[in-house]
Design a protein around this ligand. Structure first.
Ligand code: FES
Length: 145
């Protein structure tokens, strides 16, 4: 008896591996192109506002100190008018805590007097002063820029 050769439609191991390799390369290429597109279209977070309307200035009575965590800043209203001090430590950017004597940085221990001036480091300068003024509508506007 003689076996009749049949048309074998099975894929050889070599063909299968070749097809698998080409498919993997194509898939990784597409992923790479997608990642590159995402990288190139990346836009950083929108920048923080530089001006804050803190509402009616009358809400900040004379001889008051009001912490505004959203900025973060301390609004001081005294006989000289309004001033604002940034609560961001000039050393490495931690938010300082308000104390009875002024401000203390929880990160490395810098201390600042109530007017924001440096008491002791490692920070090498005072807390940053910000512009604070009352607009025509009577609102207190603080500018961080
Ligand atoms: S970040 Fe404030 S002392 Fe270092």
């Amino acid at each position: 008896m003689h076996a009749i050769p049949s048309k074998d439609k099975r894929i050889s191991r070599r063909s299968f591996l070749s097809w698998l390799l080409k498919g993997s390369l194509a898939a990784s290429g597409l992923l790479g192109v997608a990642a590159l597109g995402r990288f190139l279209s990346f836009q950083g977070q929108s920048s923080q506002p530089t001006e804050y309307d803190l509402g009616p200035a009358l809400d900040y009575p004379s001889d008051s100190r009001t912490a505004i965590p959203e900025i973060p800043a301390m609004i001081i209203h005294n006989q000289a008018g309004f001033t604002a001090i940034s609560l961001v430590c000039p050393h490495l950017g931690c938010t300082v805590n308000v104390t009875s004597e002024g401000f203390t940085c929880p990160c490395h221990g810098s201390r600042f007097l109530a007017d924001g001036s440096l008491r002791n480091g490692p920070a090498s300068k005072a807390l940053t002063s910000m512009r604070a003024e009352v607009d025509a509508a009577g609102h207190l506007i603080v500018s961080t820029a």
